[in-house]
Unconditional design. Structure first.
Length: 276
């Protein structure tokens, strides 16, 4: 067995795994959506795919380091000019450096095609948020059942009874909602859907009341979607925002409205909340 060959093959296989995990992390839903909906691909969740990507990346770096050691003479030869003199800034090195700089600068300044690549990923993630649904608040899956019911203005006793009548086992109401969901082989979102059946009046009331802190992903949601969530009439709110000096369109996202008015999405949200 040759350590040199093992190193090269390890680097190659690690690169293949990293390529796969990079593609998956490119399309995976945002964390808040993935954890709420218990997103999995090939039996692995977002965290597991991320862990594989990180550790395989470290293995790849170690293998590349050894590969560089074993091929140092060839690498040094790449940095020599036609007169066999050692030069770092050779045409080959300069070309490679330019490629790296173009990618880094183009990404930082959001220039195409780099902005397009990132935009496609963002679009896929937004579509996933629509498909799987957003959590009612950040990391809702980490709240225990009692705390979650209280925050969602649901009757805890009735919600617990509803879950048990639907066949879900709740070993301990003080453990995170995610743990209860995992024990029953469902998503936290599915438990919430069942809990709402126990108290439709309270659930409906909470849906009409805008909380102090908006749900995650506010900036990406259209104004019309936000207003529908809280049962507000679109054109009326747009007119009232105009009186406040905030120009808005129902089809624009909260982030777009905020940017055009030199505000943050949360400022626009607060302005709408004051109009309730």
């Amino acid at each position: 067995m040759s350590l040199r060959k093992v190193t090269s093959l390890t680097a190659m296989l690690a690169f293949v795994v990293m390529l796969l995990t990079s593609i998956i992390l490119y399309i995976v839903p945002q964390g808040r959506v993935a954890y709420w909906a218990d997103w999995h691909l090939w039996g692995l969740d977002k965290t597991q795919w991320g862990d594989i990507h990180i550790n395989t990346g470290i293995l790849f770096l170690l293998a590349i380091g050894l590969h560089t050691y074993y091929n140092w003479k060839s690498i040094v030869a790449y940095l020599k000019n036609t007169a066999k003199e050692f030069r770092i800034l050779t045409p080959n090195f300069n070309a490679a450096l330019i490629v790296i700089l173009v990618v880094v600068v183009g990404t930082l300044f959001q220039l195409p095609p780099f902005s397009t690549i990132l935009g496609i990923s963002e679009g896929i993630k937004e579509a996933a948020a629509v498909k799987y649904g957003e959590p009612p608040y950040g990391h809702a899956e980490l709240s225990n059942l009692k705390s979650f019911a209280k925050k969602m203005k649901l009757d805890y006793t009735a919600s617990l009874a509803q879950l048990e009548s639907a066949g879900f086992t709740v070993p301990d109401p003080l453990v995170p909602l995610k743990s209860i969901a995992n024990a029953n082989g469902v998503s936290p979102q599915r438990l919430f859907e069942e809990m709402q059946k126990a108290a439709p009046v309270q659930a409906a009331a909470s849906a009409k009341t805008m909380p102090e802190s908006p749900a995650p992903g506010l900036g990406k949601r259209q104004l019309a979607e936000v207003l529908t969530t809280y049962g507000l009439e679109g054109n009326t709110i747009v007119d009232q925002l105009a009186i406040k000096g905030i120009q808005a369109s129902l089809t624009a996202t909260m982030k777009e409205i905020a940017a055009s008015n030199n505000l943050s999405p949360h400022d626009v949200y607060d302005a709408i909340r004051e109009l309730q």
